[in-house]
Write a protein that binds this ligand. Sequence first.
Ligand SMILES: Cc1cc2nc3c(=O)[nH]c(=O)nc-3n(C[C@H](O)[C@H](O)[C@H](O)COP(=O)(O)O)c2cc1C
Length: 417
Amino acid sequence: MTVTKKYSGRELYDAIGRPKTIVAPMVDQSELAWRILSRRYGAELCYTPMFHARLFATEQKYRDSMWSELDGDTERDRPLIVQFCANDPKILLNAAKMVENKCDAVDLNLGCPQGIAKKGKYGSFLMEDWDLIHSLIRNLHDNLNVPVTAKIRIYDDWEKSLKYAKMVLDAGAQFITVHGRTRDMKGQATGLANWKIIKYLRDNLPENQVFFANGNILYPADLKRCEEETSCDAVMSAEGNLYNPGVFWTKDNDVDKQFPRVDRILREYFEIVKTCPGVASRHAMKAHFFKLLHAFLNVHKELRPIIGKTSVHAHFDEWENIVRKVEEIVEEIYQKSNIEEVDVITEGEIQSWGGSYKEVPYWRCQPYFRTVDGQKQNTRVLKVAGQQDVSSDAISRPGKRRHSLAEQEPVKKAKEE
Ligand SMILES: Cc1cc2nc3c(=O)[nH]c(=O)nc-3n(C[C@H](O)[C@H](O)[C@H](O)COP(=O)(O)O)c2cc1C
């Protein structure tokens, strides 16, 4: 069936309110509850985690584990783009048809760099087979009621990257997201995303093309910097959003929105999880607790094993105890300390990626930095809390971060392939 009228990219972008801030597709992490929370903190468009098209199309159990009746809900979960990995146009279409009335577009994952994606031939391992990519996108473009979009990685070769992006658009992709890393930039070799090539692609694609940039967002201020440096329509964040949902808050400099207190955000998130049907939001909960509390747990280490051993299937009361404990600890911090003096977000030195480092108290959400030696983390934050002082040299560039989850989670989910 050929669809007679559906939005072009620019029409769709306008129709969904010209979003500027985007929650990236993240396996096990951009599920319904997280999206609802992120939207409250400034995310204007969200992607689902990558769903495996064949499993989604053929296995009810898999589908139920990924998708609930509230996903794509017009009140709470839009605008929404559903992402699939696939290598068979018919199967992809079958999967996409199942969600086409519950989302604003369907995205093809062309970025997963995992070994499992290599084995199953999907994600970034389709980069060797442009004909297949073309037919995957074209078939959706011709037959789906909603537009198709694509998220790509780059090649080392800028010209090849440009030809590649043009091919993806020629096939029918209406939005293109460029993650400014090559397929080999993963694990220890993740490195910095290259905004210059993102800009190069932007400049050499049709002016009207809806274009999103992805990579290296740590602070709200990085969003504007990225937009200016790449001329993109909107900026997508994955890790920055996971460690601090406030990363998308740009309306004002409200510290409570940009760097939320961990006790408050944890409570807010937990209450949202309780309202979400299906299992995906529950399954993702433990990982979200750890990330939201990352800096906090470096100080209150005693909570780590408690969270670690609490099952995602445990009664909510067990999780409630953890949330309460965090609330008590932060309450105590505010009672004991002269918070006026320490609870200040100050600008640090300019880092080599171009942004400025901020000193954020450990009881507030903040980006995750790994140190050069991989041993100590968030040492600057501890310094603010008066517990430790270290040289700024101990802080690595964001490029030293390892996207361990980015690399591992898709393996877990897609291992049936
Ligand atoms: C936990 C996690 C899961 C991810 N899962 C997906 C995914 O399902 N689909 C996808 O296209 N990219 C996935 N990615 C990659 C991100 O969407 C993003 O392209 C990458 O992390 C770079 O953005 P960042 O620098 O803001 O983290 C994942 C990343 C993380 C951290």
